[in-house]
Design a protein around this ligand. Structure first.
Ligand code: HMG
Length: 391
């Protein structure tokens, strides 16, 4: 039975921090960001835009009424949770008007969680072929003002509808995972920003890739020539490029190297403008590849490398379905150019604003631009969301 991604959507904030602006304020050469990290801009969320509003916006754009009747599970993967108990997917389920007899959960393992969500969705649809599962990766990557990770922040959500007979990507059964207990990047409950051992984290990312790929090759007798493109978790594009170079050994033909490199360039176009969106980053890379590559064709095999600090990694693949391009957009980069640019002092204020609760647990917020949904206020510790458009 063919199971996979039938629809895919993306949402990000309405504000952007251009790295040229940040470089000036931080006394860095712009090339450190644009060449050293391969990043140009970061999406910045105000307090009224969070993982729920972005998740709902990314999903709203792809779902029809018939999907909402058929969805019986909503999985929201995140490491920027808004509540230790209530799943963010419950808010999304309500905001989207999905039929009530559905399971809604939130899952976590750093940037890896959406891949686990995709796996669970696939197993569920295998057992219940008429059902559809909405898997959403939604995160806000916030490292702290003047931290080493500051130029790699970002925000966004990717929503994927998993069904039988998918119209975009048919998922294969070749997943190889790896777990290692490390402290490369982590965020204890008492901290609003993560603790990061930056250089160590990059080494762990690359070593997890190398060893998981070697196990994948061993178990599946696989070679890189089988793949038309490889997508990576993208904390910043330069690290993903180092990953691709690690996979391409010296015996690989120049033609294959060229194809993989060209497609890699297409897979980082959106991340260059948005920054790290943690668990959605791999899938933003996939979306960027599918919407921008001019060489992919139906049946092509695409490899995916998922990495979440802590750490869990996984390599798996999917095959492109004939007509996949009809399910995608062609103007996403233009849409990204419409975000409102922020000065550095505005970014520091807007991105790091905390709710100022009164003694009864109420807070109101200044008016900011958001997507189709907004966190309107907090009332007696309850988050009140509104839909701003009604198309
Ligand atoms: P840094 O201070 O930017 O490091 O921190 P750097 O000084 O090594 O510079 C970075 C690159 O810019 C280097 O290139 C420099 O040479 C280059 P490389 O040697 O790597 O090829 N450079 C320049 N290039 C051109 N012109 C110039 C110039 N100057 C310097 N003038 C670091 C980098 C990654 C440590 C930092 O950004 C950081 O802490 N980031 C956060 C952690 C991170 O992203 N880790 C990635 C792996 S872990 C992961 O992926 C999981 C994660 O997504 C979280 C999760 O799972 O939940 C993070």
């Amino acid at each position: 039975m063919a199971i996979g991604i039938d629809k895919i959507g993306f949402a990000t904030s309405q504000y952007v921090l251009h790295l040229e602006t940040l470089a000036q304020a931080r006394g860095q050469k712009i090339e450190k960001y644009t060449t050293g990290l391969m990043l140009d801009a970061l999406s910045i969320t105000p307090i009224t835009e969070d993982i729920v509003t972005m998740a709902a916006s990314a999903s709203k754009d792809i779902l029809e009424e018939s999907d909402k009747e058929a969805i019986d599970m909503v999985i929201l993967a995140t490491e920027s949770g808004i509540d230790q108990s209530k799943a963010a997917s419950i808010y999304v389920h309500h905001l989207l008007g999905i039929q009530p007899f559905a399971r809604s959960i939130e899952i976590k393992e750093a940037c890896y969680a959406a891949t686990a969500g995709l796996n669970y969705a696939k197993l569920h649809v295998e057992k219940h072929p008429n059902s559809k599962v909405l898997v959403i990766a939604s995160d806000i990557a916030k490292y702290g003002i003047k931290s080493a990770g500051e130029p790699t922040q970002g925000a966004g959500a990717v929503a994927m509808l998993v069904t039988t007979n998918p119209r975009i990507l048919e998922l294969s059964d070749d997943n190889i995972s790896q777990t290692r207990d490390i402290y490369d990047f982590w965020r204890p409950n008492y901290s609003t920003t993560p603790f990061v051992d930056g250089i160590y984290s990059t080494k762990q990312y690359l070593d997890s890739l190398k060893t998981t790929w070697s196990e994948y090759q061993k178990r599946h007798h696989a070679t890189l020539e089988e793949f038309s493109a490889f997508c990576f978790h993208i904390p910043y594009p330069k690290l993903a490029l180092k990953g691709l170079k690690k996979l391409m050994d010296k015996d690989l033909s120049n033609a294959v190297k060229q194809q993989l490199t060209d497609n890699f360039e297409q897979s980082i176009l959106y991340s260059r403008q948005v920054g790290n969106i943690y668990t959605g980053s791999l899938y933003l890379g996939l979306l960027s590849l599918l919407e921008n590559s001019q060489t992919l064709t139906a049946g092509d095999k695409i490899g995916l490398f998922s990495y979440g600090s802590g750490a869990v990694s996984e390599i798996f693949s999917g095959r492109l379905v004939a007509g996949y391009e009809k399910m995608l957009l062609t103007d996403r980069l233009t849409q990204l150019q419409q975000r409102t640019p922020l000065t550095v002092s505005d970014y520091e204020k807007v991105f790091y604003e905390e709710a100022n609760l009164d003694s009864d647990g109420n807070a109101t917020f200044d008016s900011y631009q958001t997507g189709a949904f907004a966190l309107e206020h907090i009332q007696q510790h309850q988050r009140i969301y509104v839909r701003k458009d009604h198309d």
